[in-house]
Design a protein. Structure first.
Length: 337
């Protein structure tokens, strides 16, 4: 077993600052001086590093732009705790050589998906819930004819769900993570959120933010990736007042709205409360969303005034996942100031 500080020290091109920041983002105990010493030791001991002929980028500009091939390893991680310290056991199995380019954080996340970590909590209960460090999770299986589902939390920013839902109509569940803002919109300086996820290649589902005001009178959904179509047609559709004559597609009230860092089609509907759904016109599995700007855009259209922002949720509405499918949220966080 080795300290979590040493997780990436075999890859010295990351450097102590980036290594420390990445580990602290996972709410792990990190000593940067120990990271520096470990990296220096790794270099002198001949551990794998990019070394000569590598690509090394610092800040926004590249200092050098060279590439190398590296015999990469498969890191099998087993997280545990000893005297309150996070630990990691690293076993290295050599794989094929690949090109490595001073990986950005999103790429590093992709190397370590949520489901690769041992969970700190999991539940198969219909509404199994858990809270940690201001965030909460809910299995949220509510649809008619729903099948089995298990949600697992791996860290405060990582969680996953396995769900086996029949190929029938209607949403079966919305497993999600939540963060409560609890401020008037006018008092918010910054409200943004980042996500990175891995999705299955079959089934019917939509990954989406679900943002509520404190009175639950307004529900704002931001669809990031989904199996339907941006124009409101397909196997999953947003709630809408209006549909086409054949009933196969919802009709947007606004199209190609550029706000919050993306372009969206906007739909309006009612589900015992006002529902405003934003569907990204280009689907993505990794992005940062400026939620405050989106709420201000809605306010500018006269839908509401200075609402009190309540819960910001992120999860996946699952309509079908026959045979069982895995949905990984490799990273999710909220900044509220």
């Amino acid at each position: 077993m080795r300290r979590i500080d040493e997780l990436f020290t075999g890859w010295s091109f990351l450097g102590p600052r980036r290594t420390t920041a990445m580990l602290k983002a996972e709410a792990l105990q990190v000593n940067r001086k120990r990271v520096q010493r470990s990296i220096r030791h790794g270099r002198s001991a001949g551990r794998p590093s990019l070394g000569k002929g590598s690509t090394y980028r610092r800040g926004k500009s590249a200092q050098t732009t060279r590439t190398t091939s590296l015999g990469l390893a498969s890191l099998l991680l087993t997280f545990g705790s000893l005297a309150g310290r996070s630990q990691v056991e690293i076993r290295m199995l050599e794989l094929s050589k690949i090109k490595v380019l001073a990986l950005p954080f999103a790429a590093m996340i992709a190397l370590f998906p949520a489901s690769a970590k041992a969970p700190i909590w999991s539940s198969s209960d219909q509404y199994g819930n858990f809270s940690l460090n201001g965030y909460s999770w809910n299995n949220d299986v509510y649809g008619q004819g729903a099948g089995p589902q298990t949600i697992s939390v791996h860290s405060v920013t990582q969680w996953s769900v396995w769900s086996n839902q029949p190929d029938t109509g209607g949403i079966k569940s919305y497993p999600h993570e939540a963060f409560n803002v609890g401020k008037p919109l006018s008092a918010i300086n910054n409200l943004s959120s980042s996500f990175n996820q891995s999705v299955p290649t079959s089934g019917s589902w939509n990954f989406a933010y679900d943002i509520w005001d404190s009175s639950n009178a307004y529900e704002i959904m931001l669809w990031t990736n989904y199996t339907g179509n941006p124009d409101g047609s397909g196997d999953v559709k947003p709630i809408s007042y209006k549909y086409n004559s054949s009933g196969t597609a919802a009709i947007p009230v606004y199209t190609s709205v550029n706000v919050g860092g993306a372009t969206w089609n906007v739909f309006e509907g009612w589900n015992k409360h006002k529902v405003i759904s934003f569907l990204r016109t280009s689907k993505t599995n990794s992005e940062t969303v400026d939620i405050k700007s989106i709420l201000q855009w809605i306010e500018s259209k006269g839908y509401f005034g200075d609402i009190a922002v309540g819960s910001v949720q992120y999860g996946v509405e699952i309509t079908s996942s026959p045979g069982g499918q895995s949905f990984d949220v490799n990273h999710w966080s909220v900044i509220s100031k």
